[in-house]
Design a protein around this ligand. Structure first.
Ligand code: PLP
Length: 284
């Protein structure tokens, strides 16, 4: 088949877990890609059982299924960037490491997801060790939050100075570029270290405070911007602005944490009532 491809909808691959409540993981990633004018494809590393109130169980995908899914998607030949999120276990992390190594010209964003906000492990100990020792070297940029930066570096990362130290240490450990995200601080501060320069991005903390899927969305927004051909610094600045607005415009969908409004830039979806006249027109 020789279909004409749309140059304006680059394909972005998410390798991550599935959150059935659609706030985090693959669903958040695909919404973020779409909101950036990218076409999202996905390889599921684990199914989770969760709702707005938290994760209660997870079921890792067979590593061969992850590997074959990614191989099939890459074989189409149009993936322009890769985002990696929850991996669950070491076998899946090893699959992803090989994929990133053999596709190294592709920009890749690794969000080292270790725990859910309600304290559930989303990566076992062997996976966390492999991410720390190997995987962080394979991605173009990694996006740990304060807890993940602490786990990766062994430092206590609780303030801006510690975020800077952690970013530098992660580069020393082999990461090509790092964004330590400080969304849990009083100000939403992010620290970017690209190996040589270090830059701090200040942002206001916006309500609602109890948001779900922020890390997934931020890393996916960076991946989408890289797929669109932007430089890393611009991709980070744009991703931060996108996440800030998506939090500001978030709406409640359950009794627990609030997912981001990934499509805040679009107008309200039209309701069935808006079309009811056309739909219910009597047949002559
Ligand atoms: N579920 C999946 C599949 C995730 O990837 C993540 C985070 O990356 C979470 C749950 C937890 O998200 P949060 O920490 O926002 O609750």
């Amino acid at each position: 088949m020789n279909h004409q491809l749309s140059a304006s909808w680059p394909v972005v691959l998410s390798i991550a877990g599935f959150d059935p409540s659609s706030g985090a993981g693959i669903a958040a990633d695909l919404k973020t890609f779409a909101a950036h004018g990218c076409y999202g494809v996905a390889a599921i590393t684990a199914l989770t059982i969760q709702n707005t109130q938290g994760v209660t169980a997870l079921y890792p995908t067979e590593p061969t299924v992850v590997k074959d899914t990614i191989a099939a998607l890459l074989a189409d030949g149009h993936v322009k960037a890769i985002k990696v999120g929850m991996l669950a276990n070491r076998a899946n992390a090893e699959v992803v490491s090989e994929i990133l190594e053999s596709n190294s010209p592709l920009p890749s964003v690794l969000d080292p997801v270790f725990h859910s906000s309600n304290g559930r492990d989303l990566a076992d100990a062997a996976c966390q060790e492999f991410v720390r020792e190997q995987l962080i070297k394979r991605a173009s940029v990694i996006t740990p939050n304060l807890v993940e930066a602490s786990a990766l570096t062994g430092l206590r990362v609780e303030n801006l100075e510690a975020m800077k130290s952690a970013a530098r240490k992660l580069v020393e450990m082999g990461a090509r570029a790092v964004v330590v995200t400080g969304g849990h601080l009083d100000k939403a501060i992010d620290v970017l270290c690209d190996g040589s320069a270090l830059e701090v991005f200040m942002g206001d903390r916006v309500k609602p405070e109890n948001t779900h899927g922020t890390g997934c969305t931020f890393s996916s927004a960076i991946a989408a911007n890289l797929a669109l051909g932007r430089q890393l610094r611009d991709a980070v600045v744009l991703a931060k602005a996108y996440v800030t607005e998506a939090i500001r415009k978030a709406y409640v969908v359950g009794p627990g944490r609030v997912p981001l409004n990934h499509f805040y830039r679009m107008t309200q979806p039209s309701r069935l009532a808006d079309h009811s006249a056309a739909v219910s027109e009597p047949v002559p």
